[in-house]
Design a protein. Sequence first.
Length: 217
Amino acid sequence: MLRKIIVTLFYVSIAVFIYVIHEPLLQWIHSTDREYAVITALVATLMSLFPVIPYPIVGGVIGAAYGPVLGGFLIWFGSSMASIIMFAIVRYGYQDWGMKILHKYKYLGKLTVLFERNAFLTITLLRMIPIIPSIIINVYAALSRVRFVSYALASSLGKIPSMILFAMIGHTIVTDPREIIYMVIVYGTFLAIVYSGYRYFKKRAEIKFQLQHEDAK
């Protein structure tokens, strides 16, 4: 219990600090030079770990300041590092408590087993759909039995498309806003393909799990 209290207080205190200074941080990013890219990456990590403002906005600001290539890398690095840190915090402080909840209900327990068996592909695909809150994936994966290395690789890989999109939108706004329409259409098509593939994969995994469960009876 003491461990949970310490972890919670630490996270909340840093979140409050970021909330207080987030506006000066964004202004600094917008006006900074490329020589401060390392510091910007650290700031991006904190802004993603403690999302007092939507991370796409942070990504847009960084993309406008650093361009689509370097900016995309910086926001990808920040988002990936934040998800790994969040995973470690939840796993260290709350996994024993979370496992009881995940397996308390029959359907949720089956869903968790499916998730753990196909964790790498599932996490990668879910990360490519930006409308799914990142914190849900972070916490759910941390409470399950997914290995740390598998999670870190899958999560970082799946974040690449959306982080590049955020940087490109930020850069395009200050160069040629008309191109945003084409970017949204292309990425929307990409998301539709990814989501269809995920639904197909999920359905096959559920059928396979049911057949294995029936054979075991």
